[in-house]
Design a binder for this molecule. Structure first.
Ligand SMILES: [Fe+2]
Length: 283
């Protein structure tokens, strides 16, 4: 079935899709000028089907245009610190030089974006404006990760809920069905969780002990790195890359090299927008 869907998707009328380890590369389209509704609809469908689209050779996409493309997917939600060099108030500017953008971003462990909101961000859109020699962004498919869990761990995780340490401290199920595909996915953030709850909303509900909290975090981390990180897709950025990800279906982490100094790897400037989630994760 998978190869059939790949063949079908490669026959897109509007652009070429080339499957990669997680998602597809997209060629033959210029995001700077594309506005046809039928093309936008196809891109949205392909983001849901493939989870990550890497648009190649897009040149430099302005802050305004980045925001316009983002609006295809819904309402922007811009919860970050506004760096003075950001090209638009809705564009999060990340860098390895604090004069150019926010540093240390994405380095607190595997996560999805926006788990501190009542509904996590539905999509993230990334554009690497200045490409360093090193500094990959690493993604991993959450449905495959869940499906690959040993059954005891899967049972345990199905009972767990996460409590965010930010904002209003929403409580989310660790495992829940993706709102568009119905496939099991995860809501989590290894660096921004204050507690886990067992059996939330039932008579057996209780907060995980400190020991359990540490073990759960370690267990989650382990699933991303086991077998030499076989489940990961490490994206080596190239000039002109523009990535649209289904933030609810894939987890990510910035590699340690993203923090390497400008003097050693060159300047890194990444622009990111995030789209408001419309459905709070529910069992
Ligand atoms: Fe992130």
């Amino acid at each position: 079935m998978e190869s059939l869907s790949k063949v079908a998707s490669n026959m897109s009328k509007f652009y070429r899709l080339n499957p990669i380890k997680l998602g597809c590369e997209v060629r033959g389209i210029d995001l700077k000028t594309e506005n046809r509704p039928e093309v936008i609809e196809e891109i949205k469908k392909d983001v849901t089907a493939h989870r990550i689209l890497v648009f190649k050779d897009q040149g430099i996409i302005s802050g305004n245009r980045h925001v316009e493309i983002s609006c295809w997917f819904g309402e922007l939600e811009s919860t970050f610190y506004k760096h003075p060099k950001s090209p638009h108030p809705d564009v999060f500017r990340v860098s390895n030089d604090s004069r150019e953008g926010c540093t240390g971003v994405g380095r607190t462990g595997w996560h999805i974006d926006g788990s501190f909101q009542p509904a996590p961000f539905a999509y993230s859109l990334y554009h690497m404006v200045t490409v360093p020699k090193q500094g990959n962004t690493v993604f991993a498919p959450l449905n495959e990760l869940i499906e690959g869990l040993p059954s005891a761990k899967r049972k345990e995780w199905e009972r767990l809920w996460m409590l965010s340490d930010r904002r209003s401290g929403p409580i989310h199920p660790l495992i829940y069905p993706h709102p568009l595909t119905g496939k099991k996915t995860m809501c989590f953030h290894l660096g921004m969780t204050s507690d886990y709850l067992w059996d939330y909303g039932t008579p057996k509900e209780r907060i995980a002990t400190e020991e359990e909290f540490d073990r759960i975090n370690k267990d989650i981390h382990y699933e991303f790195v086991k077998d030499d990180g076989k489940i990961q897709y490490s994206h080596k950025w190239e000039e002109g890359d523009f990535i649209i990800s289904d933030n609810l279906a894939v987890a990510h982490e910035a590699s340690p090299e993203t923090q390497h100094k400008r003097d050693s790897v060159g300047l890194r400037v990444l622009h990111r927008t995030t789209i408001k989630g419309t459905a709070p994760p529910a069992k």
